[in-house]
Design a protein around this ligand. Structure first.
Ligand code: ATP
Length: 235
């Protein structure tokens, strides 16, 4: 079962070709990394599948449903690269807000929110206001908010951004735990060493085009992801 099925997707901003005829499939249960240098089109692709950007051409299906149908995004959570929460909300308030938006209420909302903050080791921050949190604490809050509502596909744009080395390890362990629960993860990242340990499939994007993709160990054929990436993406 394909959770993301993108065929020949193109998007230009004026004369910048952000995506050029991009085709990419993500199977249920996989951890898929979309890698590429700055400006290669990763965020534009994620926004295209989420309906936040309208592609100029191509066909995108999520869970077998055309992306023009809003129902295709049921059961999907998205952590953008840049986000702002209400500064006067507490950490728990933000997590519950996103749970409520997913339709949770009452004791189910409370329970899921407590479990989510525990998963991110931020239970001691629940009463802290967002405006008083560090960047990494806000990032953890964002990931906790994503866990609300039992989503089956998590799309994370640069999830390691702003996290210290301990938090990076904890997030990696959490993502592995989610994968083991059968959740599909689609991750944009620059941190190749972490992604090599985490993902089972990857695509490398350069100047809006896929220059390599597939099952990771087959694609790398014994080479490290870093070395593979540097030989593929030439300046
Ligand atoms: P990064 O790793 O730096 O976040 P990215 O791979 O996610 O980059 P995109 O943000 O998708 O890349 O950008 C792809 C190209 O499209 C870049 O040249 C960027 O300048 C351009 N672009 C993206 N959004 C817009 C926009 N709203 N208007 C004009 N150009 C844009």
């Amino acid at each position: 079962m394909l959770v993301i099925d993108a065929q020949n997707v193109s998007k230009s901003y004026g004369n910048i070709k952000a995506l050029n005829n991009l085709s990419l499939n993500v199977a249920a249960g996989s951890v898929y990394a979309l890698l590429g240098p700055n400006g290669s089109g990763k965020t534009t692709f994620v926004k295209s599948i989420l309906g936040l950007v309208k592609p100029d051409g191509g066909d995108i299906k999520l869970n077998g449903i055309e992306s023009t149908n809003v129902e295709c995004r049921d059961g999907i959570s998205y952590l953008p690269e840049k986000f702002n929460f209400f500064p006067y909300y507490t950490v728990l308030g933000v997590v519950k807000f996103y749970g409520a938006m997913k339709g949770l209420k009452g004791s189910e909302l409370e329970e899921q929110a407590i479990n989510a903050v525990k998963s991110l080791q931020i239970e001691d921050l629940v009463s802290k206001k967002i405006k008083q949190c560090s960047k990494g604490q806000v990032q953890r809050t964002g990931i906790a908010a994503m866990l609300m509502g039992d989503s089956k596909l998590l799309i994370l744009d640069e999830p390691f951004s702003g996290l210290d080395p301990i938090a990076i390890k904890e997030l990696k362990d959490l993502l592995i735990e989610l994968k083991n629960k059968g959740i599909t993860l689609f991750i944009n990242s620059h941190i190749l060493s972490e992604m090599e340990k985490l993902c089972d499939h990857a695509a490398i994007l350069d100047k809006g085009e896929i220059i390599a993709q597939g099952e990771l160990s087959t694609m790398l054929n014994g080479v490290s992801l870093e070395d593979f990436f540097y030989t593929k993406v030439k300046k």
